[in-house]
Design a protein around this ligand. Structure first.
Ligand code: EPU
Length: 422
């Protein structure tokens, strides 16, 4: 199992190219199941979840080709899918496998997908995905840990999401595009990854109105065709590097990003005293604060502050002057990194969904354990400012969603290495 060894205390300076968004690439890859023609996707990050999705599509007998190693583009052709099943072995390593349910049942009238279990950050049920697909006419049964969906053809319907769900919106949207008649989805997620998916679907021939709003109106079509699409930049990777530049007292230029998708994060970091400038052409420059001050953050759905940036903000708060209040409203158990940061000397008191961080506190290098993808990113940031050596265990979590993080950090001056244990 790999670990990271970080020698903290170095200012990060230089340029970092932001990769494509994992959470936009995954639904885009699943959407390739909707047509027998090839779909070409560009700006795909080389991360473990993408490899898992590629394996899953190959398991379903899709042709998945990538001209580059590591992949930054994929051509996926689901000409025949002889195996409309997402097995437990793959779903247990990546719950986004559930994104194949909607497209499979819409195109083939049948899908069998292992139920994802809970994960380190919360229970994460898929009851709303199922309710919506039932509303579209799918007959759904659950047996032996699998969801089975069957239909002759899905029918358009009106559905209001009782709670905003990102992959729920994506799953149902990719089903509705091939349903007969009109579907109206209310209280849909507004995340840029949903909009990116809708834009790909429109290129494939889908008829969708209201893209970028919470009401999506879909006129189902009989078939979709191939398309070429470039995945949006990863706003969470960009936000993580903004904090990396600021927390280490350095200066970074981030290229290939979409500042509009980071508005809430940029606003919050500026309020903490960090100098962030949009330089046009997808570039963001971050310079350390003259005096870093505490800030309060509540995670909420887009366009508010993303839960996927909460752990990284907590690392920053340990170095800020004053008391920061961090409230997590999306997932019920997303503070495990807080206990690890406390082991490094941070002053963090957690009570339910509220973490109160008093700073600044010097962090001292320690062995810590990553519990999920974004927690790992928070711990890497803490390690970059800690004295001596920080060892981070279970970095397979970070490999799920950050492309070459240690290479990118090293290229701007961090001392971080991957140590592979036999
Ligand atoms: N929820 C339900 N029932 C459902 C669906 C969701 O109760 O049927 C609840 C969840 O348990 C949670 C809330 O609704 O409390 C919101 O969850 P959502 O469905 O929006 O999350 P998700 O779609 O499973 C995606 C991202 C996550 C990100 C969240 C929130 C992907 C592949 N995953 O998850 O990303 O944290 O939206 O923005 O897009 C990550 O990249 O590290 C990550 C966890």
């Amino acid at each position: 199992m790999d670990r990271f060894k970080i020698e903290g205390g170095r200012k990060l300076e230089g340029t970092v190219r932001i990769s494509g968004a994992k959470n936009a690439a995954l639904p885009a890859m699943a959407a390739c199941l909707l047509t027998n023609e090839p779909v070409h996707l560009e700006n795909i990050p080389h991360v473990r979840d993408i490899i898992t999705m590629a394996k899953l599509l190959a398991h379903m007998r899709c042709r998945v080709g990538s001209p580059d190693i590591p992949p930054s583009s994929f051509t996926i052709q689901a000409e025949t899918v002889s195996h409309a099943e997402a097995p437990y072995e793959l779903v247990k390593t990546m719950r986004a496998s559930v994104l194949t349910l909607g497209p499979l049942v819409a195109r083939f009238g049948y899908a069998r997908v292992s139920l994802p279990g809970g994960c380190a950050i919360g229970a994460r049920p898929i009851d709303i995905h199922i309710q919506a697909l039932e509303k579209l006419g799918a007959e759904i049964t659950m047996e032996h840990g699998y969801v089975e969906a069957r239909t002759k053809r899905l029918r358009g319907a009106e559905f209001r999401f009782p709670k905003i769900t990102v992959t729920g919106t994506e799953n149902v949207l990719t089903a509705a595009v091939l349903a007969e008649g009109e579907t109206i989805l209310e209280n849909s997620a507004l995340e840029p990854e949903v909009t990116d998916l809708a834009e790909l679907l429109i290129k494939m021939g889908a008829k969708i109105e209201g893209v970028g709003t919470s009401t999506l109106r879909v006129h189902g079509v009989d078939r979709l065709h191939g398309a070429t699409h470039t995945i949006i930049p990863d706003r969470i990777e960009a936000g993580t590097f903004l904090i990396a530049g600021a927390i280490t007292g350095g200066e970074l230029l981030l290229t290939n990003c979409e500042p509009a998708h980071l508005a809430a994060v940029i606003e919050k970091l500026k309020a903490c005293g960090i100098d962030i400038r949009c330089e046009g052409g997808g570039k963001l420059r971050v310079r350390a604060a003259k005096k870093l001050v505490a800030g309060d953050v509540t995670t909420e759905e887009y366009p508010s502050f993303a839960t996927d940036m909460q752990a990284q903000f907590m690392a920053l708060a340990t170095q800020a002057n004053g008391v920061s209040h961090i409230r997590e409203t999306i997932f019920e158990n997303r503070f495990l990194h807080g206990s690890e940061m406390a082991r490094m000397g941070a002053n963090i008191v957690m009570d339910g969904n509220l973490a109160v961080v008093a700073g600044p506190t010097p962090l001292s290098g320690a062995p810590v354990t990553a519990s999920d993808l974004r927690a790992s990113a928070g711990l890497v940031l803490a390690g970059l400012v800690a004295d001596n050596t920080t060892w981070i265990d279970r970095v397979y979590h970070i490999d799920r969603g950050y492309e070459q993080i240690e290479e990118k950090l090293r290229s701007v001056g961090a001392r971080i290495e991957r140590v592979t244990q036999p």
